[in-house]
Design a protein around this ligand. Structure first.
Ligand code: DGL
Length: 253
């Protein structure tokens, strides 16, 4: 049994949607969550910069003696996940747009993959497209993570932006929508009405945490008798950021 915490990182609040899933599947683990709010967003920076920021965030978590790292950000995973796995000898779990499960769904129609411009442009996603992208339409969503950061989860502001982003794609049958950024599960209520009720909105959170559980089990790192403590950290000095993190976690429970 290993009581050390599991480290989570994201550019801001989005990875809390992944942390919420971790608390469901692994309620007895201890967690440290780092939001790089001072450097957000990652999704429109150049990949080299995102790679450096991700390394810095991982260094902070390693200094806190984390036993595993969840890169709870599709953008950071695309930019730095491969490199970090080579450099570090502990389980590193990344996020990628859940295109594979979406492509396995029965039925016709396109799969909209909503994600940051960086995620969609990098080789990791291109490889996923080559395998599972026959029906996929990649849709970059500039400005959408900022809505989550600013608390616009289901109001006119975010609905207006979603209308601009989604309208060009709505004149064809859609069989699924992939939420390929960890901020977007917080916008489910705002996104769902743009599609028929039977169109699933799929995120990669449950799959990533199943993978975390498998890796912890394999490496004998599980903590089956812990208290499930959570420590929030942010690169922003602003006290209100930590309060917002608590609030976002409450939305996941
Ligand atoms: N939450 C991050 C992701 O999953 C991106 C947000 C950002 O642009 O920083 O891609």
């Amino acid at each position: 049994m290993d009581q050390r915490p599991i480290g989570f990182l994201d550019s801001g609040l989005g990875g809390i949607s992944v942390l919420g899933e971790a608390l469901r599947q692994l309620p007895e683990e201890n967690y440290v969550y780092f939001g790089d709010t001072a450097n957000a967003p990652y999704g429109d920076k150049d990949p080299e910069t995102v790679c450096q920021l991700t390394h810095q965030a991982v260094d902070k978590l390693m200094a806190l003696d984390c036993k595993a790292i969840v890169i709870a950000c599709n953008t950071a995973t695309s930019c730095a996940g491969g490199q970090l796995r080579q450099e570090l000898h502990l389980p590193i779990i990344g996020l990628e747009p859940a295109l594979k499960p979406a492509s396995l769904l029965p039925g016709d129609g396109k799969i909209l993959v909503l994600a940051t411009s960086v995620t969609l442009a990098l080789p990791k996603f291109q490889a996923l497209m080559a395998l599972y992208g026959k029906d996929a339409l990649p849709v970059p969503c500039p400005g959408l993570m900022e809505c989550v950061e600013q608390g616009h989860l289901d109001d006119d502001h975010v609905r207006g932006l979603l209308k601009t982003i989604l309208s060009p794609w709505l004149d064809q049958p859609i069989k699924a929508v992939v939420l390929g950024c960890t901020h977007y599960p917080f916008l489910r209520k705002a996104i769902a009405p743009f599609f028929p009720a039977d169109v699933p909105l799929i995120d990669g959170n449950a799959g990533a945490i199943r993978q975390l559980k498998r890796r912890l089990t394999e490496e004998n790192l599980l903590n089956s008798a812990g208290s499930g403590s959570i420590t929030f950290l942010s690169s922003s000095e602003d006290e209100s950021t930590l309060r917002r993190m608590q609030k976002m976690l409450a939305l996941c429970q």
